[in-house]
Design a protein. Structure first.
Lengths: 143, 507
């Protein structure tokens, strides 16, 4: 069943891709093939592959329970928040928060998570920014 | 001889303090990553690419660092196979079969030492293979025109899913998806934007480093989140005694022919596109079992069953570098990631690389020889240190992996947008892994998509729009034939082989 859904999504994606490819504007100078043809070929391959997956699905994988799916979704949301807050908070604070969350959700007890998170953040900062001289995001506090 | 002269020059380039320090660092990090379950050669190298890039390393030192990581990971993969019966990475799977029984009999140290020697033999011999085979392949590649290159890229996609993938439709899907992602951005030949939806960030296309780190490294974090609370490696390593760490001469002597055979088979498997190290170790093990297992000791802790797959997978690692350097078409997942590094440094592998940047090629190969000796030293007397690394639990390791991935990508571009794209690729990678869609063709598609299109369009410009040019030369026809056979064969043979691989593990 998973593969049927997957094949369906793939097919929709392929149709969308081919449609978008036909919308590519042509410039007045062009080679014999032009910018549209190859993407259309790729879209057709994508569509055919999706169709085969749709018609001959494999056995469905073991999907995790809803709570676990939520867990993954929240982790992704934390990473998105991290990406957005990084320039605002600065590297050390943002990374400590994100690392604390991840290690906590992976099974570290809460208090220790905090310690581990800060240690990871400072460790990476020491190696990458201080030792290797990489420019990481600077927050209001300068680190 | 010409080749040996070039190799000699390579040693002059490789032997600098910086390069040796990078090789040592790469070997160490690689062995650690290989040993840790969940981190293998491809995601290990993927995490370090942004680092090498942001450090502003020139091409030769950067490649020395990353290929040392690659070889190190191939060595390190055996450690957890032997001690925990959990392969540190996929190619180390076959090493579990005899390695873990040896550990249970209290001969873990012997197994580790023997497999270290076998890894060395495989990697060392295959580096020699690389020295002699790559220049020959370059001579062949000089005959390639755009039409042949287009056929070659098709061949790479057709065979890459290969024997390890369970469903060719899914490999094709992955390849098309990757090439499709590569299409995003401004068209190189006419300058019109494609699939950008008016988003300025997309005009440059999607950076393949972002895609690689997201798909390989970040998705691993999601996998661990999904499986949290299940059996972990913690504490298990401590329960297995290591025993003596030197192999006895008699065992080594007994295993020497095994290692030589394993190396040869592994090297060939590595050179063939799409087969890679997993197949190398599988073939080496099965062949050896057929050939010498008269008393039925394989699978019960036979030293030869440890030596064969380890020689095989390390030889395959060297073999996979041959098509990557000579043709610009990687033979395995990790070499695809290495190719990304070269492309990011604006170096196009292939015949021109050997002519225009011989220093990169030969410096790299010379560094590989040196790295092999470093790895031998690290993996036998100092193996105890890496065993301790196995005690780092994933709940601490995985956040580090995630944060280092973010740091690396942010270090290159300094843009939050790229981080968001990376998270999307991380989630995509997790879903696709669940659905058994191989990730390597996606990476290869993102990497090679634009070159593939450029070659197609060049060929048709030469022929003034006549599509027949794609099939005009005998060389192109041969490549098309291999591509078709390579795509269809796994559908017929692949099922049998996978059952054997799984069956072998279940015993």
């Amino acid at each position: 069943m998973s593969d049927r859904v997957f094949g369906g999504i793939g097919l929709a994606l392929a149709v969308f891709f081919i449609w978008q490819a036909t919308q590519i504007q042509l410039s007045f100078i062009s080679d014999p093939v032009g910018p549209r043809t190859f993407p259309i070929i790729v879209g057709v391959v994508l569509g055919l592959a999706s169709l085969v997956i749709l018609i001959r699905p494999d056995a469905a994988p073991d999907w995790p329970r809803a709570t676990r799916l939520l867990e993954i979704a929240v982790a992704a949301a934390v990473m998105v928040a991290y990406a957005l807050l990084l320039p605002e908070l600065g590297f050390v604070i943002a990374t400590a928060l994100a690392a604390t969350y991840l290690t906590w959700r992976l099974g570290t007890v809460p208090l220790w998570s905090f310690v581990v998170g800060i240690a990871i953040s400072l460790g990476i900062y020491a190696v990458f920014a201080l030792a290797l001289g990489l420019s990481l995001a600077r927050g209001p506090l300068g680190f | 001889m010409d080749v040996l002269g070039s190799l000699g020059d390579g040693f002059w380039i490789a032997i600098t303090w910086q390069n040796m320090a990078l090789a040592l660092l790469g070997c160490f990090l690689g062995t650690v990553m290989g040993a840790l379950p969940g981190l293998g050669p491809s995601n290990g190298v993927a995490i370090l690419i942004p680092l090498a890039f942001t450090l502003g390393l020139p091409a030769t030192p950067a490649m020395i660092l990353l290929t040392s990581v690659y070889f190190g990971a191939m060595y390190g993969g055996r450690i957890s196979s032997i001690l925990l019966n959990i392969p540190g990475d996929e190619p180390a799977m076959m090493t579990c079969l005899d390695g873990y029984p040896m550990a249970q009999q209290g001969r873990a140290g012997e197994a580790l030492a023997l497999s270290g020697v076998a890894s060395f033999v495989g990697a060392f011999l295959s580096t020699w293979g690389l020295v002699f085979l790559a220049p020959q392949l370059v001579k062949l590649a000089l005959l390639f025109g755009p039409a042949e290159y287009f056929a070659l890229f098709t061949l790479a996609f057709a065979t890459l899913g290969g024997i390890s993938s369970s469903n060719q439709a899914k490999s094709a899907f992955a390849a098309a998806l990757g090439v499709g992602i590569a299409m995003v951005g401004v068209d190189g030949q006419t300058g019109v934007p494609r699939f950008t939806f008016g988003e300025v960030h997309l005009y440059d296309g999607i950076d393949f480093l972002v895609a690689i780190v997201g798909l390989f490294a970040l998705s691993e974090v999601f996998v661990f989140l999904e499986h949290r609370g299940k059996e972990t490696a913690e504490g298990k390593a401590a329960t297995v005694g290591i025993g003596r760490i030197t192999p006895s001469m008699s065992v080594l002597r007994k295993c020497t022919p095994t290692m030589l055979r394993g190396s040869a088979l592994g090297f060939v498997a590595g050179v063939l596109p799409g087969a890679g190290a997993s197949l190398g170790s599988f073939i080496a093990y099965s062949f050896e079992k057929k050939l010498v297992d008269r008393e039925g000791t394989f699978g019960k802790g036979d030293p030869r069953g440890v030596a064969a797959p380890e020689a095989g997978n390390n030889a395959a690692a060297g073999g996979a570098l041959v098509p990557m350097l000579a043709l610009g078409v990687p033979g395995s997942g990790t070499t695809a990631v290495l190719l990304a590094m070269l492309l990011a440094l604006n170096i196009t592998p292939g015949p021109l690389l050997f002519q225009q940047n011989p220093d990169v090629v030969w410096g790299l190969i010379a560094a590989l020889f040196i790295a092999n000796f470093m790895l031998l030293a690290m993996n036998i007397p100092m193996v105890g240190m890496f065993v301790r690394v196995l005690l780092v639990p994933p709940r601490i390791l995985m956040p580090i992996v995630a944060m280092v991935s973010f740091v690396g990508i942010y270090g290159i571009s300094g843009s939050s947008f790229d981080l968001l794209v990376m998270v999307v690729f991380g989630l995509l990678g997790w879903v696709l892994r669940k659905l058994d869609v191989p990730l390597v063709p996606i990476i290869l598609g993102v990497l090679l998509g634009n070159q593939m299109e450029a070659n197609l369009r060049r060929a048709l410009t030469i022929s003034d729009g006549e599509w027949g040019i794609l099939f005009a030369s005998p060389l192109a026809l041969v490549l098309w034939a291999i591509a078709i056979i390579g795509f269809i064969l796994p559908i017929v043979v692949g099922g049998v082989m996978r059952r054997k691989m799984r069956g072998g593990l279940a015993d």
